[in-house]
Design a protein around this ligand. Structure first.
Ligand SMILES: [Zn+2]
Length: 194
């Protein structure tokens, strides 16, 4: 029990800090030494570096509240007393990266970085994927680049389709593109909607 003179905010923060200590401990255990400085992503034919700024643990109902109600205090109390078991699926890596001259920030699931072949904590692990992509995206004789996914594809197998969009007002709201597949044509139309 907490002292009688504590207000909702103080009670809430007490449970919040208890949970935070547990999640911090779990996060710390993910890397034996210290947090790696970055992770890497193969994006078409380049390897992009993402600078790791921290880790956070996603837990439903676990967030800071400025003015918690009694109900919210009761909810976080229940959470602190009945914590779901920890899972790497809930560990998110916060990062920043340079993108077109801007610094952008984001978060990526740690399990995805570990299991998805497009990501790695070690750039040298991505060389195979990079080589496969270079093969996929480098234009050879008789190829064109798909207007949606960018992969090299034989001109003779091109799927020509029309995008209808206000973007192309000057050409009657429509413009023709060549794609590697009907799926890419559909995705490109969707990308122009909404
Ligand atoms: Zn395509």
């Amino acid at each position: 029990m907490y002292p009688r003179n504590m207000n909702n905010k103080q009670r809430y923060d007490l449970y919040y800090e208890t949970i935070k200590a547990a999640t911090d401990k779990y996060l710390k255990a993910q890397f034996s030494d210290e947090l790696p400085p970055s992770f890497f992503e193969v994006n078409r034919t380049v390897i992009a570096e993402k600078n790791i700024t921290g880790l956070h643990y996603f837990l439903k109902g676990f967030h800071k509240i400025e003015k918690p109600t009694r109900k919210e205090v009761a909810e976080i109390k229940a959470l602190s007393e009945n914590m779901p078991s920890f899972s790497i699926e809930n560990v998110h890596v916060d990062y920043t990266e340079q993108h077109a001259g801007y610094k952008v920030s984001g978060a990526k699931g740690l399990s995805e970085i570990i299991n998805d072949l497009r990501f790695s904590l070690d750039a040298s692990n991505l060389q195979e994927q990079l080589a496969a992509n270079q093969e996929k995206y480098t234009l050879k004789d008789g190829d064109f680049a798909c207007a949606y996914c960018g992969r090299a594809w034989p001109i003779k197998d091109a799927v020509r389709d029309v995008v209808i969009s206000r973007t192309y007002a000057s050409t009657g709201m429509r413009k023709e593109f060549d794609y590697c597949s009907k799926q890419c044509a559909d995705y490109n139309q969707m990308a122009h909607e909404g």
